[in-house]
Design a protein around this ligand. Structure first.
Ligand SMILES: [Zn+2]
Length: 321
C-alpha cells in the first residue's frame, strides 16, 4: 500500500531529514550540539574502538627479546713459573699450578739473611738434592718433616739421606731414580731427568759419613713453563753437550765459584755447550774460597761466544720465567 497525501509527504520529508543528519552530514547536528559526532557515529566509533581493543587483546603476546649473547671474558692469564734463589745452590721453583720444588735447599747458608725464617716457612712439594754434601742437603730434613715434601735423588744418595733423618715414607721408587732416568712428577706437570756431574758425594760428617752415590745435576721440564738445568757441583765436561741434544734449556743454573767447582771461565764453556737462553750464576761468594763472580762470568761468556743472557738473581726475590 502506498501512502499519499499531505501526511505521507510530511513523513517522507522527516525520514530524509533524519537520514541526512545521521549519514550525510547536514548542517543540523541533532540533539548533541556539544559533540562533533552524532549519536549514531559515536556508537559506530565506540564499536570500532571496542573491536580494535578486542582485536589487540587477541593478538599473541610479542615474543620476548632473545637473550643477549654472553659477554666473552678473556681467560685468566696463565700463571707463570717463578724462580727464587736463596743463595749458594738453593732454589725454589714455583710451577704454573702453584706447586713448589726446592733444589739443594740449604736456605740457612751464610749469604741468606732470612735463612732461618725461610727454612721455617717455605712451602715444598718436592725436594731435589744433587749430591750428599752438607751445603746441598742443607735443610732438607727439617723442611720435609714440616711440609711432607718428597725427596728426588739418585738411589744411593736418597738411601743415605733417609738414613740421616729424612722421613722414609717420603722417598721411594716414585721419586728416586738414577743417571739417565726421567721421572714424571706432580701429576705430570714436571719431568725431572738425572744427568751426570763431575764431582764427589758423601752424606754426613765425621764417623757418620756415608757414601752418597754419584753426584749429578737435574734437567727440570715444567709443563707450560720453562726447562731448567741445575748443574749441581761440577766441572765443565764435554758430555754437557748431550743435555742440549735431549732438551732445549731455557735457564741454566751454573756453579761459578771455582775451588770446588768450575770457575767463570770454565762455566762459560759449559754454557756454550748447553746453549741455554739464560744462565743464572750460583755457588759463589758463600765462603771466601768461592771467588768467581757474575761479572767475570759475563765477560767469559762473551769471550766464549756463548749467546746466553746473564740473569743475576737477588737472594729471596722471585723472578717470573
Ligand atoms: Zn757445593
Amino acid at each position: 500500500m502506498t501512502m499519499s497525501g499531505p501526511g505521507a509527504r510530511a513523513l517522507r520529508q522527516f525520514r530524509q531529514a533524519w537520514w541526512d543528519s545521521e549519514f550525510v552530514g547536514s548542517t543540523s547536528r541533532g540533539p548533541h550540539p556539544q559533540c562533533d559526532l552524532s549519536p549514531m557515529k559515536q556508537l559506530l566509533s565506540f564499536a570500532l574502538l571496542a573491536l580494535a581493543t578486542t582485536t589487540a587483546a587477541a593478538q599473541p603476546a610479542p615474543k620476548p627479546a632473545p637473550p643477549a649473547p654472553p659477554v666473552k671474558q678473556a681467560p685468566p692469564a696463565a700463571q707463570k713459573a717463578s724462580l727464587t734463589w736463596f743463595g749458594h745452590s738453593a732454589f725454589r721453583i714455583e710451577t704454573p699450578s702453584g706447586k713448589t720444588i726446592l733444589v739443594d735447599p740449604w736456605l740457612t747458608n751464610p749469604s741468606n739473611p732470612k735463612g732461618k725464617d725461610d727454612a721455617a716457612a717455605v712451602k715444598a712439594d718436592l725436594i731435589l738434592v744433587t749430591h750428599g754434601h752438607s751445603d746441598h742437603v742443607g735443610d732438607s730434613v727439617q723442611i720435609a718433616k714440616r711440609t711432607k715434601a718428597k725427596l728426588v735423588a739418585t738411589f744411593d744418595l736418597g738411601a743415605a739421606i733417609v738414613t740421616s733423618g729424612f722421613p722414609k715414607e717420603q722417598y721411594g721408587m716414585d721419586t728416586g731414580g738414577n743417571t739417565g732416568g726421567t721421572l714424571s712428577l706432580l701429576d705430570g706437570e714436571v719431568s725431572v731427568t738425572f744427568v751426570p756431574a763431575v764431582h764427589s758425594s758423601t752424606v754426613g760428617e765425621g764417623a757418620k759419613t756415608m757414601a752418597g752415590g754419584s753426584p749429578g745435576g737435574f734437567v727440570i721440564a715444567i709443563k707450560n713453563g720453562p726447562t731448567l738445568y741445575h748443574t749441581g757441583d761440577t766441572d765443565v765436561f764435554a758430555d754437557m753437550a748431550l743435555v742440549a741434544k735431549f732438551s732445549k734449556i731455557d735457564v741454566m743454573l751454573a756453579c761459578i765459584g771455582g775451588h770446588f767447582t768450575m770457575d767463570p771461565v770454565r762455566a762459560a764453556e759449559a754454557v756454550r755447550l748447553v746453549k741455554p737462553k739464560q744462565v743464572v750464576p750460583m755457588h759463589y761468594g758463600t765462603f771466601p774460597p768461592l771467588k768467581g763472580t757474575p761479572a767475570e762470568l759475563g765477560a767469559s761468556l762473551k769471550k766464549a761466544g756463548a749467546g746466553a743472557k746473564l740473569l743475576q738473581l737477588e737472594i729471596g726475590k722471585p723472578v717470573s720465567l
